[in-house]
Design a protein around this ligand. Structure first.
Ligand SMILES: Cc1cc2nc3c(=O)[nH]c(=O)nc-3n(C[C@H](O)[C@H](O)[C@H](O)COP(=O)(O)OP(=O)(O)OC[C@H]3O[C@@H](n4cnc5c(N)ncnc54)[C@H](O)[C@@H]3O)c2cc1C
Length: 546
């Protein structure tokens, strides 16, 4: 059951306490309460997701950003690589966490990514072959909103229809755009080969976008893992508006620290909840190290000056986080089947809204982007003279191009119809971002676009590298794929925060299960990998206590 007020809870002693009811936290709570003997309390700082229409309607997610109650409303420190700009950094402050307000891309990453995690941690359980089972436990392939025939748009043999979170192909037809994008894979097959399914472990190429959408509605960890059939469980209690501040009652058991519970606040009041079996931190890449450090777990040279007594000296806490830089490039087009035909036309916007309300169909049943290309840099690129390739292997992309029949996330420059690519790149960023833009420019030079493209909205083609770099430094924003603030490492490694079964080093009965544990960012949007990690971690906990 989901509770709004702590006074409604029957008590404050549970077998397991999950701090953070986000993407990963709700997976863990759901799976543990499959065992009716386990009593689980989830403490979520944010609000309930129920009835939040902008979270339900895929097209309207943008309304949840900016200073809203659904957001922690974080900003970054000035970013020296981005001309000192201070950027907003979205993190959801609601049940379901970022899965309740993200872009819904379902992308798993490459097999190489997971095999590298297995190598780094010495734990074969994180390898692609073994983690695939957990992607399947999470994923429920569902019909697209328009129920079109999806044969030839994905490979069913690398998917599951039996999981919990709905995943589907685009549910609304943009015929001119679809045709031209797919035709480009035939005209420029070397650079943009068609990939039937970029979620097979081999993502390279251009394929149909898969999204965490079912029945034309966002499928988040809150709508899926907290569906009514699960909230009816008597052993599952979820409390919203409950912000965990720290772990309490540390004691020493056989040389390891054990915490008795957590302190949390609701309104102006403070409470303590006790955990008799385990405490699980799932507060996300920002929230989890925050709780750790307030509890005395972190780098003692940082904790001491803050007056926080060190309980566990783990210098890696909160350090080395990674994200993917993102920017958009926009081309003006002469066809009118674009997102602008809806966003710039009140009548069509209202019709689309009415259609979604009636049947969960129409353009509101998806976000803008329809296809994704995952690309590698040319192996002969000059960058490799100075940098070791940061990718996990030959089947792993450096670049993502996300194709949208409209401006998508980029600011609209004026009336008209547009298409855009969103560029998402990994490390050694400026070089890769420049190459990504050039790749997109080549894409739209394919013959099939010549009768449709009016031109780019900004001249980024015949300018100097310095001018292009200046543009990129001003345009890049985070992808919000933040990972790595409490990374897993090998059991005997001196660095890292958790061992491969996600228990905190030097502690007992205290785990971290969220995106903060990834030692290196996956070459993908991060929710699918986070779901898979949470599914596997829940199994590890069950094995420990059953
Ligand atoms: C704007 C945006 C767009 C994105 N788009 C995509 C996409 O299209 N596809 C994709 O794969 N990934 C996307 N991501 C990334 C992906 O959603 C995240 O990597 C993933 O959801 C993180 O899951 P998590 O469980 O680690 O954290 P979260 O889902 O953030 O969960 C953490 C939860 O803990 C709560 N919390 C934090 N601190 C406390 C505390 N002290 N006490 C109690 N509760 C607390 C938070 O309110 C939150 O509910 C996007 C992210 C954002 C923000």
């Amino acid at each position: 059951k989901v509770y709004e007020d702590v006074a409604q809870l029957p008590g404050l002693s549970y077998d397991f306490i999950v701090a953070g009811g986000g993407t990963a936290g709700l997976v863990v709570a759901n799976r543990l309460t499959e065992n009716s003997k386990f009593k689980v309390l989830v403490l979520e700082a944010g609000v309930s997701n129920v009835g939040v229409l902008d979270s339900e309607i895929p097209f309207l997610v943008g309304n949840l950003f900016g200073p809203t109650i659904y957001e922690w409303n974080y900003t970054t420190t000035p970013q020296s690589g981005l001309n000192g700009r201070v950027l907003s950094y979205p993190r959801a402050h609601m049940l379901g966490g970022c899965s309740s307000h993200n872009g819904m891309v379902y992308s798993r990453g490459s097999a190489d990514d997971f095999n590298r995690y297995a190598d780094l941690t010495g734990e074969p359980g994180w390898s692609w072959d073994q983690i695939l089972l957990y992607f399947f436990k999470n994923e429920k392939i569902s019909a697209p909103a328009d129920h079109h025939n999806i044969q030839g748009q994905f490979n069913p043999s690398v998917h599951s229809t039996k999981g919990v979170t709905s995943v589907s192909l685009p549910g609304f037809d943009w015929p001119i755009f679809y045709h031209k994008v797919l035709q480009t894979t035939k005209e420029l097959p070397e650079e943009f080969p068609f990939n039937l399914d970029t979620n097979s472990g081999k993502p390279l190429g251009l394929g149909w976008r898969q999204s965490t959408i079912g029945d034309g509605t966002r499928s988040s960890s809150a709508t899926s893992y907290l569906a009514s059939e699960f909230t009816q469980r008597e052993n599952l209690h979820v409390l919203v508006h409950a912000q965990v501040s720290q772990l309490v009652d540390p004691s020493n058991v056989a040389g390891k620290v054990v915490f008795g519970g957590v302190r949390f606040s609701q309104g102006a009041s403070q409470f303590t909840a006790k955990a008799t079996k385990e405490i699980i931190l799932s507060a996300g890449t920002v929230g989890t190290p925050n709780i750790l450090m307030h509890s005395g777990i972190g780098d003692q040279t940082i904790l001491k000056p803050l007056g926080i007594p060190t309980v566990l000296d783990l210098p890696s806490v909160g350090k080395g986080v990674q994200d993917h830089p993102f920017f958009s490039a926009v081309w003006s087009v002469n066809f009118t089947q674009t997102l602008e035909s809806i966003t710039q036309n009140t009548t069509r916007f209202d019709e689309a809204f009415a259609e979604w309300n009636k049947s969960h169909t129409g353009p509101f049943a998806m976000l803008g982007p329809t296809h994704i290309a995952w690309l590698r840099l040319d192996p002969n690129s000059s960058i490799f003279e100075n940098f070791t390739d940061p990718s996990a292997g030959q089947d792993t992309p450096h670049i993502e191009l996300s194709f949208s029949p409209g401006v998508g996330l980029a600011p609209l420059t004026g009336p008209g119809n547009f298409l855009s690519i969103g560029v998402v790149a990994s490390d050694f960023d400026l070089f890769t971002l420049r190459e990504a833009l050039k790749s997109a420019q080549r894409f739209f030079k394919a013959p099939v676009w010549q009768d449709a493209i009016i031109g780019p909205t900004q001249n980024l083609e015949n300018i100097t590298t310095d001018a292009l770099d200046a543009f990129i430094r001003n345009a890049v924003t985070p992808s919000s794929h933040l990972v790595g603030s409490a990374v897993m490492s090998a059991r005997d490694a001196e660095d890292g925060v958790v061992i491969p079964d996600l228990l905190i080093k030097g502690a007992r009965a205290l785990r971290i299960i969220d995106a903060s544990v990834f030692p290196i960012i996956p070459s993908a949007h991060t929710q699918a990998a986070t779901y898979a990690v949470a599914e596997r971690a829940a199994d590890l906990i069950k094995q420990r206590w059953m």
